[in-house]
Design a protein around this ligand. Structure first.
Ligand code: GDP
Length: 318
């Protein structure tokens, strides 16, 4: 039986090679941020206004967010003894600790699931990497010895169903689908019945991401949640919002719409590999007050890594 939604497997930090993979995944952010921090202080004797300004630039460029950046600068102002530039390592550890604190503040334990199937709804705008992340999550759960059934509840686009079918074939997971245009809640209902009958561990539900009919979409997601709860009272056990790391403030606004209306419980942050602005992990987690559950670091099936605050800051600073 499950200890938690994502299995009773060991903590992510003990997964072999995880830190190295995370480091490689956020290489662009790491390089940019560290280089700028070092540039800001190299050759300086004092932490003066210029140094602070450069540090501010480094943090803002990495998309850590204005609020967090201001707090870090204030901490530096307060703590650096007699305005001497201490060891650069000291400065980095100050930044590191603050980022860790913020990420830890939004951590939430993964819900307990007494009886399978655990139901995971995946939401987010089109193009963010939802389908790819579902494929990767499926592979990850399978590697923990779990069985997975996929539910093609983005019935608005025929292509979305086909795309999910490709991932089902690639991973060998089952797939429940209906005709394009059918009621997403009906597909979900079918999938949950099938999962119970087949004694599957996880149902992962793909949902539509069209934003131009925002209100309808949110109502649709709400209806799906009610449908799930009718079949399995605690379902959906998790609602994961997929956001691109390359997203700016606009993306954050869109994400907020989902969190306001679809009871999101956690975030999958994709495309961390493609950006030097990976500090957005901190901004997103903080602004939405949600834990990051996974990060996407590439297009391959095993490019989805579990997220832990300690690992993330270690991959940036160590
Ligand atoms: P959806 O419309 O939200 O379902 O998005 P898709 O899953 O189709 O992904 C859109 C594009 O982003 C595809 O080309 C994916 O290969 C790519 N993608 C998804 N996740 C990642 C990631 O973590 N890193 C990179 N580099 N590309 C990704």
């Amino acid at each position: 039986m499950f200890k938690s939604l994502f299995g009773s497997s060991p903590a992510p930090s003990s997964e072999p090679g995880l830190l190295e993979r995370l480091k490689a995944g956020i290489q662009k952010t790491r390089a940019g941020l560290m280089e700028k921090i070092e540039d800001a202080v190299s050759g300086r004797k004092e932490i003066d206004a210029d140094v602070l300004e450069e540090l501010e630039y480094a943090l803002i460029t990495a998309d850590i967010g204005a609020k967090t950046t201001a707090e870090i600068l204030e901490l530096i102002r307060q703590r650096v003894d007699r305005h001497q530039v201490g060891d650069i390592a000291e400065l980095k550890s100050l930044i590191r600790e603050h980022l860790l604190e913020i990420l830890q503040a939004t951590e939430k334990p993964v819900p307990l699931v007494k009886d399978p199937p655990a139901v995971v709804m995946v939401v987010g705008v089109n193009g963010a990497g939802k389908t790819t992340s579902i494929g990767k999550l499926t592979r990850r759960l399978q590697s923990e010895g779990r069985t997975v059934l996929l539910c093609a509840a983005d019935t608005f686009r025929a292509a979305a169903i086909e795309q999910l079918e490709v991932w089902a074939e690639r991973t060998g997971a089952g797939l429940i689908r209906q005709q394009p245009g059918s009621d997403p809640s009906a597909v979900l209902f079918d999938a949950l019945q099938a999962a119970k009958a087949r004694k599957v561990d996880y149902v992962i539900v793909d949902t539509a991401g069209r934003l131009h009919t925002k209100t309808n979409l949110m109502a649709e997601l709400e209806k799906m949640r009610r449908t799930a709860a009718r079949v399995i009272p605690e379902a959906p056990h998790e609602v994961l919002l997929v956001i691109e790391a390359t997203t700016g403030q606009n993306g954050l606004e869109q994400a907020r719409k989902f969190t306001e209306s679809s009871a999101v419980t956690g975030i999958i942050l994709t495309k961390l590999d493609g950006t030097a602005k990976g500090g957005v992990v901190v901004a997103i987690s903080r602004e939405l007050n949600l834990p990051i559950r996974y990060v996407g670091v590439g297009e391959q099936l095993d490019d989805l890594l579990p997220f832990e605050p300690e690992n993330f800051v270690a991959s940036l600073f160590d």
